[in-house]
Design a protein around this ligand. Structure first.
Ligand SMILES: [Zn+2]
Length: 97
């Protein structure tokens, strides 16, 4: 799968430096966007956003639900993002959607 860097490099080599992104916030309050060359044909890459982290949106790279063993509180995090701490312990992964 093409990385964001490969996408940007490939388009740059074709003289394409402007890109359009379209943002979305779904019913689970997940912020996502896709990027596409502005005014040109090309690849479309989808990402989910958590704070300043972006992660490629595809079937093997989805939101991780983490849970506190002590109080049961749950958060959804992007893979690679900081795992929240609850009751002075890192929350553990509950399930991968
Ligand atoms: Zn807790």
């Amino acid at each position: 799968m093409k990385s964001l860097e490969e996408y940007l490099r490939e388009n740059f080599s074709k003289g394409i430096i402007d890109h359009a992104i379209r943002a979305n916030i779904d019913s689970k309050d997940i912020v996502s966007f896709y990027i596409h060359p502005a005014g040109h044909n090309g690849d479309t890459l989808d990402y989910i956003v958590k704070r300043d982290n972006i992660a490629r949106l595809n079937y093997s790279n989805a939101i991780i639900t983490v849970e506190c063993e002590q109080c049961g509180k749950q958060y959804e995090v992007v893979p690679g993002a900081h795992i929240p701490i609850c009751h002075e312990k890192y929350m553990h992964e509950k399930a991968v959607i």
